[in-house]
Each structure stands twice: as C-alpha cells, then as structure tokens.
Design a protein around this ligand. Structure first.
Ligand SMILES: Cc1ncc(C[n+]2csc(CCOP(=O)(O)OP(=O)(O)O)c2C)c(N)n1
Length: 658
C-alpha cells in the first residue's frame, strides 16, 4: 500500500472512494424501488464498481468509454446527474432516449459515453471505429470498451480484437470476468485458463488485473492508458471479479454456490477500500458518514424530481421523424460534359468524387486497396487517397460495420464495400440493430453507406447472386437505394454519401459492365425517394428496379404494341409511391417485376399500398412477378427457370388481356 500512498494524493483517494460509494448507494436505492415495484429491471454491478471507477478515472473526459449493463459507476463517475439516469430508467423524457430504450442502452456525446445494445458484443467493434477516428485525426486518445466473460464468446469479440490488432488501434478492451454469464459458469463459456490468454492469439498485449482492488485497477490502467496514448495499440485486460447478485434482480442466484458468494463478499471493493482509508487515516468515520448523508440526500432529491416528471406523451409524428437524422437534400446540378461509361465506372467515379469532396471519408472493405476490390471499383484509389482512407479489412463483416458506426460517432463518414451483397449476412446484426436504430434511440446518426454488389443471371450460385434488399427495406432506420443506370448510380451514390443516415446501396453485378450511358463527368447529386419514368404509355403500369428495369425494357422493345408506363423505382426506402399511384390512376393496371423471390419482397408492399389507395382505379387484379421461392441455383438452366424474365411476358400479356 505504500506504493499507492506515494503515487496517489489525498484528493485522488477521496475521489476514488466517493466515485465507488455513489453508484453503490444508488443501487441500494434501486433495489428498494424494485421491491416496491417502482422500476422494472435491474442488473446489479455491486462488487464490480472498482473496475468502472478505475477505468473511467484513468481516462480523460474527452476519451470515449463504452460500458455495459453493470457499469453504473461509469455513468456516475463521468458526472451524469442522477436525475437524468432515473428519468432514463423510468422511460421519461429527460432521460437519454425519450422513453425509446431502457436501462443503460443509450449513449451521450456530452459525456462521451456510448452505451450498449442488448446484443452485448457489437460495441467492441464500435470502439474500434472510435479509436480509428482518433488515430486518423492524430488525437492521442484511448477508447475503453467493456464486455463480460459471456460476451467474449460472441463473434463480435473475436472480430473486434482482430481488427484492432491488425490496425493497431488504441482500444482498451476491458473484460469483466465475473464468473457467470446469466446462469452459465465460465467453465461452460470458454475452455482456456484465462481470457487474457486470448490476447496472444491476436498478437495483442494483455494483462490480468484484480478487479476488486480499486488502487490496482486505477494505477495500472492509468499507466497503460498514458502509454497507449503515445504508442497506439490495443490492449486486452481481464479483470477478475465476481457477480455477487443475480443476473438481474428477478432471476436470483440459486445456481451459484453460497460459499463462492460469501468468499467474494469478503473481497468487496468498497468495504475493503473503506477499511484501508480508515486504517491509513485518509478519511475518518465522520467524514465518511457525512459523505454518505450528502449522497443519500442527492439521490432522494433527484428521485423526487423525476417522480414528478410526466411520462412521455406519445406523438406519432415525432416518433416517425426521429428515425432518421434530418437531412436537407442539396441539389448539385451536373456540368454539360458527358462521357459514355459503364455502370461500374459510374459507381467508381461517384465514389472518387465523394472522396475528393469529403476529405475525411473512409472506404473499408475486403481487398479494396491495392487490389482495387473484386470488381475493380476502387482501383487506383490508394494512389490518390492513401491507405489510411482506403482500407483493406480482414474478413470481419460485423466488426467492419461496427467500426463504421464508431467512425460516425466520432464524426467521420464511411463507405463499406461488401464484397458480395450475400456476405452482409455475416454483418447483419450491426446493420439492422445498430446502424438502423441508433438515431431513433439516442439521436446518434450512422453516417454509413454500405455498397452491395448483388444480383443473379451470372451463374454464381446461391451465395454470390442474391438480391437481398428485402432484408433491409423492412427495417425502419435504413435507406435503400437500387439504381439501374450509370447516370442514376453516380448521382444517387453521391447523395447517399452526403446523407448522414445509413444507406444500403445495391449495385447489380450483371449490369456493371453491360449497361452504358452518357454520364456527366462532373460531381452531381440526385434525390433519394424519386422514381424515374422510363417509358410512358396508357395500357399498363410496370414497376421495377435494378435488372428488372432492363428486362422490362427488353420486353417492351420486342413488343412495341404494348403501351406501358415503365417506372424505375431507383430507391426503395424512401419509396416514391406517389409516382406509382399517379400512373395506376391513368392506366388502371399494375404489374410489379422483382428479381428477388416473391414472398415478403417490395412488390408485395407496393401491391398492398396500391390496393388500399387506388382500388377504384384498378381495372384488373395487381400482378407481381418474381423469382421462384427457392435459393438461387447455379446451373444456367436452373437459374433461367428461377429468374422471372420469361414469366414476366406471360403475366404482362395476361394482365393486358384481363
Ligand atoms: C446476442 C445475445 N445473446 C443473449 C443475450 C441474453 N443475455 C443478456 S446478458 C447475458 C449474459 C451476459 O454475460 P456476461 O457477458 O458475462 O456479462 P454479465 O452479465 O455477467 O456482466 C445474456 C446471455 C443477449 N443479450 N444477447
């Protein structure tokens, strides 16, 4: 203890103590309120406070910290007023999520805290992104992120550590090994001696720290953080500790041997530190008593304030409005210079010009740097923009999407290239749960475009041919763009990058090198949510997007007797339904052609909307034409049968004859 006395002054020792005491007292109050039925759920961090306090105090206030459900002490040590926490837990407006998310599932830029999503692991990759931003901006900052022993079994953990190590990101990965993940003991969670041993596998420095000793935690983490700031690298810390209460209060601790709990209660970090401070005469009993009195009064006052606050009054307009960050589309009109280029070139040009316009914009993806990406869209980019901004990634789709989220939190735009749209399934969770929901939850936008080379007709089989836009059009919070022509692709990609919201940008591989068009050589934008009318006619409305637009054009070219409106949706979310309504009101007949298999696709929703809103104008039942309800097969014969190209003409004729 002499060591600590020499290195920590009186004020610091008092701060460490008070920062542990306060969350303990809040928790004790919460347990009371829980018993009175005044709060619904509580995940206790009692006995683990030293870790939260030690790590938070070792960081500077402008360094991000990403806590979990047992890290109340992170929030209080960062100075969040108790009343705002109570408001958050009660779902009230003065909390952090306007009643939209519970407990510690929130972030706040004011306190540089990024709270978890329920899925535990994703925040580890988000920390990578924040740390990458710090590194790119030469900020000499460390990002600290927490997980439990259970969370280390998730793929996100492995991916995040791997990416952080390959890129030497200044992340402090803090694992609180508290013996159990819900009811699962560590012996059933992993099969190695220490979680810290895993660091070796990633080429990462790691340490084991006694998580119940505040002085150990604070001094060792402080020294490490100081070093990481000047010598950026990831470090894995395993804090040995114990969860002395249940997973959450309602679930009890029957499965935990009582002797184990008793033994760990003896190691309680707060009691032991209190005894130490008394013994060393740093604090007296009476000073401690007055501290406790002051904190108890503060807690009671703040609870009273929040008890009086009204519950959120539901307002549909406001809820819908907050799904996306406000973005006012800025029109940039193209110059007159045109050049005939392919779809693939248009995407490359849009990307290149966006990299020039946004000096911070980062591109991430597998093989996108020297190799130029498998479709060569980023060929030559590193020569122009450097390897820091055009980043080859390991095969870690989840961690890369999470990294993109982290970059956005730190104010940097990014474009992620999925090598094939099919592989987004390996990063699905952060797309639909993190990127899509964060603005609605706590007002943090995800300034990310995910490029999705998709589509069939090229004999690439079930895992290189899917057009999986429907996985995303159904998720509020995502924009979905799907151009069919080079001109649209360039303008819409530029707008997608300008838009501060998450955009899934679908690029049909079959069209990449087949479709050519005169495209302005200068930078220009096109608005999302505006369909284009490719052909005008009287007898029928044809709606499609992507390759379907070209199939419909081919059909109309071969059958010049058919007078049709052909609408290319261009963007699916937002959807320009009004253009469809206007056309259907004129023609009285609607056929929707979609490359994806039928059930649950966008064609079904368009069909339902038109049936609901234009029923009186329809002269025939709406037709949907789509691929078979099978995975997309490899052989040409099977794929031809799968795709709806031939069925489209038959259905169109049936509809015209109705
Ligand atoms: C992906 C996912 N699977 C399962 C759960 C349910 N769940 C919530 S917390 C938890 C245990 C987590 O254990 P650990 O990471 O050790 O943290 P601790 O609760 O012990 O602090 C489980 C299984 C979840 N939230 N997310």
């Amino acid at each position: 203890m002499d060591y600590f006395m020499k290195h920590l002054n009186h004020g610091m020792l008092c701060n460490l103590y008070e920062n542990m005491l306060k969350p303990r007292m809040i928790e004790e109050k919460m347990l009371l309120l829980l018993r009175q039925g005044k709060i619904s759920k509580w995940f206790s961090g009692i006995g683990q406070e030293a870790i939260s306090v030690g790590v938070t105090m070792a960081l500077n206030d402008d360094e991000y910290i990403l806590p979990m459900h047992r890290n109340l002490a992170v929030f209080t040590t960062r100075g969040i007023p108790i009343k705002r926490l109570f408001a958050q837990w009660q779902g009230k407006a003065s909390g952090f999520t306007k009643g939209r998310d519970r407990s510690f599932h929130f972030g706040t830029q004011d306190y540089k805290i990024v709270g978890m999503i329920s899925h535990l692991g994703p925040q580890l990759g988000v920390a990578d992104g924040i740390a990458l931003a710090a590194k790119l901006k030469n900020k000499n900052q460390v990002t600290a992120v927490f997980t439990g022993d259970g969370g280390t079994s998730e793929g996100d953990f492995h991916e995040a550590l791997n990416v952080a190590s390959v890129w030497q990101l200044p992340v402090l990965f803090c694992v609180e090994n508290n013996g159990y993940g819900l009811s699962t003991p560590t012996s059933e969670q992993y099969n190695c001696k220490n979680i810290a041993d895993k660091g070796l596998g990633y080429g990462m420095e790691s340490h084991i720290i006694d998580g119940n000793n505040i002085l150990d935690v604070y001094t060792r983490i402080s020294a490490l953080i100081k070093d990481i700031r000047v010598n950026p690298r990831p470090v894995l810390i395993e804090f040995k500790t114990f969860r002395v209460r249940g997973h959450e209060e309602a679930s009890g601790t029957k499965y935990v041997p009582q002797e184990l709990i008793n033994a760990w209660i003896k190691k309680d970090p707060l009691t032991n530190f209190e005894n130490f401070l008394l013994k060393e005469q740093v604090l007296s009993e009476s000073i401690m008593a007055s501290m406790k009195k002051r904190i108890a009064e503060e807690i009671n006052q703040h609870i009273e304030i929040i008890n009086k606050e009204e519950y959120v009054v539901p307002n549909k307009t406001k809820e819908l409005h907050d799904v996306f960050k406000n973005y006012k589309y800025q029109e940039v009109i193209s110059g007159n210079n045109l050049k005939e280029i392919r779809l693939v070139d248009a995407i490359s040009d849009g990307l290149k010009e966006s990299m020039e316009k946004h000096e911070d914009l980062v591109i991430m993806g597998q093989d996108v740097a020297e190799y130029g990406g498998v479709f060569k869209i980023t060929e030559g980019f590193i020569e122009k923009f450097g390897k820091e901004r055009v980043r080859n990634t390991p095969i870690c789709e989840s961690a890369i999407v999470e990294t993109a989220m982290g970059l956005s939190i730190a104010g940097i735009k990014s474009v992620v290239e999925m090598q094939f749209a099919d592989f987004v399934s390996s990063g699905f969770n952060p797309v639909v749960n993190y990127l899509a929901k964060t603005h609605y939850r706590w007002g943090q936008n995800a300034d990310v475009v995910i490029r999705m080379p998709c589509g069939g007709g090229i004999g690439a089989g079930p895992f290189h041919s899917q057009t999986n836009e429907a996985w995303f059009t159904k998720t509020p919070g995502l924009k979905v763009v799907y151009p069919a022509f080079p001109y649209d692709a360039k303008g819409l990609l530029i707008t997608s990058i300008n838009d501060p919201n998450p955009v899934l940008f679908f690029e049909h591989k079959g069209l990449y090198r087949r479709i050519r068009q005169d495209v302005p050589t200068s930078y220009y934008t096109l608005p999302l949510g505006k369909a284009s009318i490719i052909r005008s006619g009287e007898a029928v409305t044809i709606v499609s997007y992507g390759a379907g637009v070209h199939w419909a054009m081919d059909t109309l070219n071969e059958h010049s007797e058919i007078s049709a409106d052909l609408i290319d949706l261009r963007t699916l979310q937002p959807l320009d339904i009004q253009t469809i309504y206007n056309s259907v009101k004129k023609t009285g007949k609607l056929i929707i052609l979609q490359e994806d298999s039928m059930f649950g696709g966008i064609a079904s929703d368009i069909s339902a909307l038109v049936a609901e809103h234009c029923f009186e104008f329809l002269d025939a039942p709406i037709k949907r034409v789509a691929s078979l309800e099978t995975p997309i097969p490899f052989s040409k014969q099977l794929e031809d049968q799968y795709l709806p190209i031939e069925r489209f003409l038959l259905s169109l004729k049936e509809l015209l004859a109705y």
